[in-house]
Write a protein that binds this ligand. Structure first.
Ligand code: 5GP
Length: 218
């Protein structure tokens, strides 16, 4: 045993990344929040889902989504390439598996912009790594207003989205954290606080085992 603790070897292994699932009804600001979180944290990557829906104006293939055909999507289901997938508004959405596991083992955090079904599937598949955050709008009227102003959806789709928003919100209690997005800057700050605290959790630092053994042996 060493008498001088200052000579103790320091083990600093890589931490495991956080799988941060963000859900909210459409229009509650989740996409903007996740983009800002990414731009502020270089170790965070976004999981790019595959979808069979058409790109909206301004959306980029491979960046916002991998826009693929129904046949391609079904082939990927067959080949077990998705962590999880779901049918939403008659379109398929799925989370590609391999980039996520590579990132998490490599100590990078992955943000998922997914609905409650996806968040639930992710937490079931990776219970130690997944953290679920729900973003609530301050009111439903504001949500509808934001959807209208976005100008991307027809009134029928907006009606559908509002019905789905209520359904999505009904799952809020399944989440580890809930943020009310009434003030964007504050909501972003809270999201950063969640990420940074979660990074420090014991289970994300497997190197601690060896570190503690080493200091106990001195
Ligand atoms: P949008 O068409 O507005 O981009 O997305 C519609 C819904 O599908 C949103 O609630 C979004 O979070 C969800 N979604 C996007 N990607 C995925 C995914 O990979 N899996 C699941 N389960 N839902 C997703």
């Amino acid at each position: 045993m060493s008498s001088d603790g200052y000579n103790a070897p320091i083990f600093r292994g890589r931490r495991r990344g956080v799988l941060l699932a963000l859900s909210s009804p459409s229009g509650a600001g989740k996409t903007t929040l996740s983009k800002r979180l990414l731009s502020q944290n270089p170790d965070v990557v976004l999981s790019v889902s595959a979808t069979t829906r058409k790109p909206r104006p301004g959306e980029v293939d491979g960046q916002d989504y991998h826009f693929i055909s129904v046949d391609e999507f079904k082939a990927k289901i067959e080949d077990d390439e998705f962590f999880e997938w779901a049918e939403v508004f008659g379109r398929y959405y799925g989370t590609p598996k391999s980039p996520v596991m590579e990132a998490v083992e490599d100590g990078r955090d992955v943000v998922f912009d997914i609905d409650w079904q996806g968040a639930q599937a992710l937490a079931a598949a990776a219970p130690e790594d997944a953290v679920r955050v729900f973003i609530l709008p301050p009111s439903l009227a504001l949500l509808e207003d934001r959807l209208r102003k976005r100008g991307q959806d027809s009134p029928d789709i907006i009606k559908d989205r509002m019905a789905r928003a209520k359904d999505e919100i009904s799952h809020w209690h399944e989440y580890d954290y809930v943020i009310v997005n009434d003030d964007f800057a504050r909501a972003l700050e809270k999201l950063n606080e969640i990420l940074h605290a979660e990074r420090l959790k014991r289970q994300r630092h497997p190197w601690l085992e060896e570190f503690v053994d080493a200091i106990m042996d001195q």
